[in-house]
Design a protein around this ligand. Structure first.
Ligand code: ADP
Ligand code: MG
Length: 577
């Protein structure tokens, strides 16, 4: 008997107990360990949310579906189970789609479950309430999309969604549940039997022995090898094996943004602070769960230098190989299995030439030393380095806190300056460099890990999800938000020379974001110097109270588009205008 089934006393012995769509969906989720739903209530899923909560599922209600979706996506990254987002039809569904596409792009497992309108009316385009062919619209934006029309298919529908989300390369899945399905009644015993507990949802994918041998041969021939650890490596949760591989091989490693902390950034083999040198001068590069996309300059061009390079790539997705440059040793499989196989095959291993290690180490030490004094300034108003110097120390002292980070300069500088010490502690804008993940990520990180969260936010980036501070206060989450407030996008100094309208990139000068938090019973602090910032963050992290710190930055601090200003198209007519 499914425990949520409606237990009505049969009127006579021949009348069986009944269940319905509502209860079958709840039972199916619970049966598969999906115990948290991120969403926004409304027609036709309001009652579903209430019932799910009553049946022991944690239901986190947001103010906007996009933020609930981002929360679900990062829950997937942190747990390796699909994060579940629940939305209402048409507009709510569309609001959730950005996050679904984001999950797919970033290879995070997520299921967007949306209520939808009546098929018969939608398909004849007769103008139903919130009419939209949601399944068709979702399809190109996710790994797989399914619709369930009959209560008896709910178990199979959810099983397919789970497998699609987590097996192979993880990604977003859409599950369409028309309003009518929820109230459909069926025999409770048959209903329970129709549910599926997914066995081995993400089966190990063992690499071919030949591919391991080929990779080891290439690595053995290297004079200047490099390992790049991407967020796929963090996702895989093969932390010990990856650490052993790096240490046993003696090869310097470069962590991608969300790969930081797999091994500490302070590890002797970390080449994070020598990034341009290792990209340029390495001769063999092994990618582990990292794609050669724009974030790695597609593996070619100026950033990679003149010298010929050989690439080894470990990835679960065979089609990723040769996507940008030739991969001479593709290793296809899950990272845990691939790294273990490499370790097993290494045998007597000669570490890379000492002069290469020395080049990397001295470049790194030189860069770190150059940066150090700038991080210690106590300027007021603050600049990025003064503020980040403080936060860098706080993260060092609290290595198990989760760091959420978005913005332009706030992102680029924090990524470089703040060292991470543990895996999956840094979560950020990901493959698209998307703005708006801040509060959704913070909420999910607190809920999924129970750890304190420090969100370092540009003032512009924060605005995309700022209303969720109410959600943070409502659920009393241990989230400390620091807004790098420089009065605008990139900087707050642009001037409109032709009218009284503000320039497109500036905000209200001297805004007090801390007051937003106070409006909902949280703690708000206005910090005008690094000392004040340090005090406020430590207090927030100690108390676990929802806190927002308005860090007053010099409006002139910051550069256009942070470190990626080169991606802005330039008008050839600029001079004439
Ligand atoms: P980054 O942006 O950090 O470089 P990417 O998102 O570009 O990382 O790359 C992550 C890669 O990791 C993707 O190509 C994905 O297929 C791969 N991946 C994700 N999970 C696994 C896993 N468990 N085993 C192997 N590869 C994985
Ligand atoms: Mg700004």
């Amino acid at each position: 008997m499914a425990d949520a089934a409606v237990k009505t006393a049969p009127a006579d012995a021949s009348e069986a107990e009944l269940t319905d769509g509502f209860h079958l969906i709840i039972d199916a989720l619970k049966l598969n360990g999906l115990n948290t739903i991120y969403g926004v209530p409304g027609i036709p899923i309001t009652d579903f949310g209430r019932m799910a909560q009553a049946e022991g599922i944690r239901v986190i209600s947001f103010r906007h579906e996009q933020n609930a979706g981002y929360a679900a996506s990062i829950a997937g990254f942190l747990t390796k189970k699909p994060g579940v987002c629940l939305t209402v039809s048409a507009p709510g569904f569309l609001n959730g789609l950005t996050a679904l596409a984001h999950a797919t792009t970033n290879c995070f497992p997520m299921i967007l479950i949306s209520g939808s309108s009546e098929r018969e009316i939608v398909d004849l385009q007769q103008g139903d309430y919130e009419e939209m062919d949601q399944l068709a619209i979702a399809k190109p934006l996710c790994k797989a999309a399914f619709r369930v029309l009959h209560a008896a298919d709910i178990g199979i529908g959810l099983a397919r969604a789970i497998r699609a989300a987590v097996s192979g390369r993880p990604g977003g899945v859409y599950l369409d549940l028309p309003a009518k399905l929820f109230g459909q009644v069926m025999d409770a015993e048959k209903g329970e039997k129709s549910l599926v507990k997914v066995i081995d949802a993400a089966p190990a994918q063992i690499p071919a022995p030949d591919s391991i041998k080929r990779a080891l041969d290439v690595l053995k021939g290297a004079k200047k090898p490099l390992i790049i650890l991407g967020k796929g490596a963090a996702y895989a949760q093969a932390d010990d094996a990856i650490r052993s591989l790096v240490e046993k091989s003696g090869i310097p490693f470069l962590p991608m943004s969300m790969g930081k902390g797999l091994l500490p950034d302070t590890h002797p083999l970390c080449a994070g602070a020598a990034r341009s040198t290792v990209l340029k001068d390495s001769d063999v590069v092994m990618l582990i769960g990292a794609r050669l996309n724009w974030l790695l300059s597609h593996g070619k061009g100026k950033a990679w230098g003149e010298a010929p390079k050989k690439f080894v790539q470990i990835d679960i997705e065979p089609k990723e190989m040769d996507s940008n440059v030739e991969i001479v040793a593709p290793v296809v499989g899950d990272i845990g299995s691939c790294v273990s196989a490499l370790l097993a095959g290494m045998g007597g291993w000669a570490t890379p030439p000492a002069d290469w290690i020395k080049t990397v180490t001295s470049k790194r030490d030189e860069n770190v030393a150059k940066m150090a004094p700038r991080l210690m300034n106590n300027n007021s108003p603050m600049d990025y380095h003064g503020a980040l110097g403080v936060l860098r120390t706080i993260v060092k002292e609290r290595p198990d806190a989760i760091l959420v980070n978005e913005g332009a300069n706030t992102l680029d500088l924090a990524r470089g300056i703040i060292d991470m010490y543990q895996p999956r502690k840094r979560i950020d804008v990901g493959t698209w460099g998307i703005m708006g993940i801040g509060m959704g990520y913070s909420i999910a990180a607190a809920i999924e890990t129970g750890k304190p969260v420090l969100a370092i936010e540009g003032d512009s980036a924060f605005g995309f999800s700022g209303m969720e501070v109410e959600t943070i206060c409502r659920y009393k989450l241990p989230v400390c938000i620091v807004i790098f407030n420089n009065d605008g996008i990139y900087r707050g100094t642009d001037v409109n020379k032709v009218s009284s309208d503000p320039a497109p990139t500036v905000f209200v000068k001297g805004s007090r974001y801390d007051k937003m938090m106070e409006a909902f019973g949280g703690v708000g602090v206005n910090a005008t110097s690094p000392d004040e910032l340090r005090r406020a963050v430590n207090e927030a992290m100690d108390s676990g109270k929802p806190t927002l710190i308005n860090a007053v930055l010099d409006p002139a601090a910051g550069s256009e588009s942070g470190r990626i200003g080169n991606l802005n198209p330039q008008s050839a007519l600029k001079k004439k205008a």
